[in-house]
Design a protein around this ligand. Structure first.
Ligand code: GCV
Length: 739
């Protein structure tokens, strides 16, 4: 695996160096290309830049007008406007008016199934596309050769319009036909009512709560366009660590103003709610889910919300988790709580997304090794017995891994283990544990790794994506991503962080799509369709997440970051109030070895996976090296498949991560002359900082592990730049994103 990786990176570097050579040979051409780029872009336009296509490719886009056979509606108007905006940009000139319904040769025609003849050839295919799918093809309509964007609904027409614009920029051939695999594709904003964002690294919240509902920023419309271009169809507006005030009339009115902007783009608004809201507002005497007064309060609150936001999506709930109140405070369980809320929303068609991010409120001694003391096992223990006990409009929302959005985790054992309950995947798009917005880490490979994992549920092939689609029990769930969006001009804190929003959306629509293909299409639209740009950018992106894993938490290590803000390395932390908040609890490095034993002789968390998976991970020899120390505590001398000792292998991974950060810098320098100066320089600055911080992670972790194991570094590996005390003394009181 290591060898394959090194060869791939060598190939990527060669490709970028040869790109550089080519770039030098064609200096005149390159300068012309650079000159053709706007002098400085600020990233605001995301992947919707619609830069002019090369002259030879424009004929395909040339439109004889944009006509719609579908009756006018806000969504149809949005589709026409996007096509107009897109084609104007791609053609480098105005593409023709977008407001008629006259079909012309070379034109684009928007039409729903109901607008086309019942015997039109496209009808049977449209019937397969559901309420959100689309079809784009060249056809003859009313005696004219046209590009037909067809769907069953207005929102399908909008999605199809975006798909056609994407196809033009990525050189994708027609016909296109696509429908989403999952019905719910949401962004979860961890945005507070004072505009701070928990784990946000992109400035203040985009929701200007203070000025809403009277003042509605145009940025909300651009947010809606960007999400609709990916098929994202829901937004939870506020933090899961919610405040009671969000359900007061003033905030409901503010949410309604946002909902009005998002509605034409097919995006429903949801709210995170605090379990104890009625009690805190002093409108009930308890928050017990079985208290009829409490249930009545929630019913009347739901009625009030739906009077203001008729298409309100529902509630997201973090309960009995990290100090948040919940039904367990009254001796009830998660199903009691979720069902009570679900019954308030059901008459209106709303849903409850009940989070499974829970771990025991009581702390345990760090050395105990059973499931009750292993944080990774606790959510399963609480939720598995409740399978089948949730109402039909409850979805259980599960983080991709059993701890907390680490650079790499095995998938959560609940996927595949709740066949009677619709599940929702929760990914974190914002990079709380992967270097904030200052490190470049493309998360497409992380999402793909989780979605494609075969749970072996029921003893047969069942990927996580299939479990989400309801292939186990016929009840589809969904997918949510904790947003990395803020009021920063780049939206996401950096240009490359936009790719994680993009990849999340594309994979939410089609969980089988390839992370590399998504990186390529993002790069083509965001940077340039020129292969001299796209190919090195894709190589850089595709190696980036593994680089972060290598220099932060290789071989299955996890939770080694600084306390509270989660910035930087701190594997030495051992004095926090709960043992399972300490990094030492997770890596268990000691004189005898390193890693968390989760097999039968350890916490036995492994038993929560399907037998075939558990068997594979039970033996260190068959455990993929990427998860080795997640499941096993092994001696430093343990022989790795590479022939190295575990210690030497660990050092090699840290060294590889640092080397990769340097390679990423070199790759970017080969691209930089071909992109606009402003974005080019910003990326370069961030990569320089990433390289420094990769070195810091490596040096601090190795200095600490050496102090524990007393072993020398393998020959050729540089000693840490500073003594361990230096790293331990670093403090970051003003790190962003920490509440
Ligand atoms: C919103 C982690 C994060 C918290 C977050 C929590 C959660 O613990 O550090 O900021 O709180 O996960 O997902 O609820």
């Amino acid at each position: 695996m290591v060898q394959r990786f090194v060869m791939r990176r060598a190939a990527a570097l060669w490709s970028s160096l040869s790109g550089l050579l080519l770039a030098c040979l064609c200096l005149g051409q390159c300068l012309a290309a650079a000159a053709a780029q706007p002098a400085g872009e600020d990233g605001y336009r995301l992947w919707l830049r619609y830069a002019a296509l090369p002259a030879g490719q424009r004929a395909r886009a040339a439109a004889g007008g944009i006509a719609s056979l579908a009756p006018d509606s806000p969504t149809v108007r949005a589709a026409r406007a996007e096509l107009q905006r897109g084609l104007d940009g791609l053609l480098g000139r105005p593409a023709g008016a977008a407001d008629g319904n006259a079909v012309a040769d070379g034109g684009i025609v928007l039409a729903r199934a109901a607008d086309l003849p019942a015997d039109a050839a496209v009808q049977p295919r449209l019937r397969l596309l559901g309420t959100e799918g689309y079809l784009v093809e060249r056809t003859r309509l009313r005696g004219h050769d046209v590009t037909l964007v067809a769907a069953n609904t207005d929102i399908g027409l909008l999605y199809g319009s975006f798909a056609w614009l994407r196809a033009l920029q990525t050189g994708t051939a027609l016909p296109l036909a696509s429908a989403p695999a999952l019905p719910r594709r949401l962004l979860d904003h961890w945005d507070n009512l004072d505009r701070t964002v928990e784990r946000g690294y992109a400035g203040e919240s985009i929701w200007n709560w203070w000025e809403l509902p009277g003042i509605v920023e145009p940025r909300y419309t651009d947010y809606a366009r960007a999400n609709a271009s990916l098929g994202i169809n829901g937004a939870v507006l506020n933090n899961v660590n919610a405040k009671a005030e969000v359900l007061g009339a003033p905030f409901i009115a503010k949410a309604a103003a946002v909902a009005a902007v998002l509605r034409p783009y097919g995006i429903r608004v949801y709210l995170s709610v605090r379990w104890s809201t009625p009690l805190e507002l002093q409108q009930t005497r308890s928050a017990d889910p079985l208290d009829p007064d409490v249930a009545a309060w929630w019913r009347s609150k739901a009625d009030e919300i739906y009077r203001t936001i008729p298409d309100f999506g529902g509630f997201l709930v973090k309960a009995n988790s990290e100090g948040q109140p919940g039904p367990q405070d009254y001796g009830r369980n998660h199903a009691d709580g979720a069902n009570m809320l679900a019954r308030a929303l059901a008459p209106h068609g709303g849903i409850v997304m009940w989070r499974a991010f829970v771990y025991n409120p009581a702390s345990h001694p760090a050395k105990a090794v059973d499931k009750t003391s292993d944080r990774a096992a606790q959510a399963y223990d609480q939720f598995k017995p409740l399978d089948g006990k949730f109402d039909a409009n409850v979805i259980v929302q599960v983080k991709n891994g059993p701890i907390d959005f680490q650079p790499r985790e095995p998938v959560h054992p609940l996927f595949g283990a709740m066949p009677a309950t619709p599940l929702m995947m929760e990914f974190q798009i914002t990079k709380e544990y992967l270097g904030f917005a200052t490190h470049l880490a493309y998360l497409g490979p992380l999402f793909q790794e989780a979605l494609r994992f075969d749970t072996r549920a029921g003893g047969r092939a069942m990927t996580v994506a299939q479990a989400l689609e309801g292939k186990q029990a016929g009840k589809a769930g969904g997918i949510a991503g904790v947003a990395n969006i803020g009021s920063s001009r780049t939206w996401s804190g950096s240009d490359f962080d936009q790719a994680n929003w993009y990849a999340f959306g594309r994979m939410a629509w089609d969980p089988t799509v390839d992370a590399g293909a998504v990186a390529r299409e993002w790069a083509q639209q965001t940077w340039s369709a020129d292969a001299r740009v796209t190919e090195p950018v894709v190589a850089l992106m595709m190696g980036s997440r593994e680089a972060v894993v290598d220099y932060m938490t290789p071989l299955g290590l996890h939770h080694m970051m600084g306390t509270g803000h989660h910035h930087g390395p701190a594997p030495w932390i051992d004095n926090l109030e709960r043992p399972d908040w300490n990094p030492v609890y997770y890596h268990r490095a000691a004189r005898d070895g390193i890693g968390f034993a989760r097999g039968a002789a350890g916490s036995n968390a492994l038993a929560q996976y399907a037998p075939e998976v558990a068997r594979r991970f039970a033996d260190p020899a068959t455990t993929p090296p990427a998860f080795l120390l997640w499941f096993h505590h092994l001696p430093w001398t343990y022989r790795m498949p590479s022939g190295r000792s575990l210690w030497d292998e660990l050092v090699a991974h840290y060294d590889r991560g640092v080397a990769e950060a340097a390679t990423m810098q070199a790759e970017w320098e080969s691209v930089r002359p071909l992109v606009d100066a402003r974005r080019g320089a910003d990326v370069a600055q961030r990569l320089a900082r990433q390289r420094e911080e990769a070195q810091w992670w490596r040096d601090a972790c190795l200095a600490y592990f050496q102090q524990v194991n007393g072993l020398p570094l393998p020959p050729g590996s540089r000693p840490p730049a500073h003594p361990l005390e230096y790293y331990r003394a670093l403090a970051f009181p003003y790190a962003p994103g920490h509440n």
